[in-house]
Design a protein around this ligand. Structure first.
Ligand code: SF4
Length: 438
């Protein structure tokens, strides 16, 4: 792995973690818990942590989250738990994310096992996609006695956690450890299997699965209509981030990743993916990286902490500006872009443009099976009873493919509700079958 991609944020020592946990006021009505999308019982585990009972603290976290080492690193703490901590009103909130990360990493090093895993007698569930939604469904249902098998198109599971979020924010070893914990719950993983190509939804049902969950996220980038956008010097942020992650784990060579030493890069879009792409381009050696955003700073969807880190690293921002034209050269690189700024139109020399303007679901699964309806943008339509079921009986969907969640933890919250829906559905079908057989 390239040195520049080493994780940035520093880890607490044991003494520091306990001291930080002792700052918690144990509020009767804890804002932190209210601010957590998965209602993590934060004061309860912080109390255990403050007494040095790390195992108990971890057990409490495990009841709500399958991915604590991930959440401790990439959750939007400033908008969620920490943003609602009472201590933050006048000073520093309790650093809940860093404490969660400390516990999860400590647990990983200690190699504790806290769980009695039930027999898999309640039914069989196939999960398509192994990002945060798929892993959450698999963990929750496996703990409830369902046999779960995950189908993943990539050579390694983890989805956006493995290939979307850069190494310096979320080390891949951390993701691998979280996946190992889910494997230890009895979940089976099938990698290099593309549903819609190697297998269809009907093939899966023919393997006697009771329900199928689609958690394939959004793999099709949105396109802007700009002259020159077809040039190979324009790349999608999700492609670029995936390539760099593959390069970092040794799967592709340096010349298969765009952006070289001294290049000038423009990133279009200012969500977290745009910021990730910009900071990643700097780490790949770009001499100048500018984020171009058509709205103002206050309207960016990226987290402020991510924005500030990007600023510190030297990323430049052009607010209220849009790109009007892309001028290519003969090779893969670009020559320049034309940008409309608040001061009028200007032409800037540029080598690469990275597009980070959002994405929508790919249609591979729904186009190869009958009965799964999508809305006009391609998002799978689901119902509330049982929660998360699509228009096809027994096929559920959650995470980004349904257009509800916005972040990793929101995808997890949604997936937890879908897991309940799947359990209710399978139990009801089996009950009806047993009544009909009598
Ligand atoms: Fe502790 Fe802050 Fe939560 Fe209160 S809001 S219980 S001080 S973490």
């Amino acid at each position: 792995m390239v040195e520049e991609f080493k994780e940035i944020s520093e880890q607490y020592s044991i003494a520091e973690a306990i001291k930080e946990a002792q700052r918690c006021l144990q509020c009767k009505v804890p804002g932190c818990k209210k601010g957590c999308p998965i209602s993590n019982d934060i004061p309860l585990w912080i109390e255990e942590l403050s007494k040095g009972n790390f195992g108990n603290a971890m057990e409490i976290i495990n009841t709500r989250s399958n991915l604590p080492a991930v959440c401790g690193r990439v959750c939007a703490h400033e908008r969620q738990c920490e943003g609602n901590c009472v201590l933050g009103k006048k000073g520093e909130p309790v650093h809940i994310g860093k404490l969660e990360r400390f516990l999860a990493d400590f647990d990983c090093e200690a190699g504790w096992r806290h769980e009695n895993i039930p027999e898999k007698t309640r039914g069989k569930v196939a999960v398509i996609g192994s990002g945060p939604a798929g892993l959450t469904i698999a963990g929750d249902l496996s703990r409830q006695g369902f046999a779960v098998e995950i189908f993943e198109m990539s050579p390694e599971p983890g989805g956006v956690l493995m290939f979307g979020i850069p190494e310096y924010r979320l080390p891949k070893e951390v993701v691998r450890h979280e996946i190992k914990k889910i494997k230890n719950l009895g979940v089976t993983f099938h990698t290099n299997v593309t549903i819609g190509k190697d297998l269809t939804v009907d093939d899966i049902f023919n393997q006697e699965f009771d329900a199928i969950f689609i958690g394939t996220g959004t793999g099709r980038p949105k396109k802007l209509d700009i002259p020159g956008i077809q040039h190979p010097g324009v790349r999608q942020a999700i492609w670029f981030l995936r390539r760099v992650n593959l390069y970092n784990n040794g799967s592709v060579s340096r010349n298969e990743v765009v952006v070289s030493e001294g290049d000038k890069v423009a990133v279009i879009g200012c969500g977290n993916t745009g910021i990730d792409a910009a900071r990643t381009a700097l780490r790949m050696g770009a001499s100048e990286v500018t984020i171009i955003y058509h709205k103002g700073h206050e309207q960016m969807t990226a987290l402020n902490s991510e924005y500030e880190d990007a600023l510190k690293e030297g990323v430049k921002f052009l607010w209220n500006s849009s790109i009007n034209g892309i001028e290519g050269s003969e090779g893969n690189r670009l020559r320049s872009i034309t940008v409309m700024t608040e001061n009028g139109e200007e032409r800037r020399p540029i080598d690469w443009v990275i597009m980070a303007v959002g994405s929508s679901p790919a249609s591979r699964i729904v186009s190869t099976t009958k009965g799964i309806e999508v809305d006009e943008k391609g998002y799978v339509i689901t119902r509330d009873f049982p929660y998360g079921m699509s228009t096809r009986k027994g096929v559920f969907a959650g995470g980004d493919v349904t257009n509800r969640p916005a972040t990793v933890v929101h995808a997890m919250r949604d997936a937890k509700k879908v897991a309940e829906g799947i359990a209710q559905y399978i139990d009801a079908v089996k009950l009806m079958d047993s009544i009909n057989q009598k």
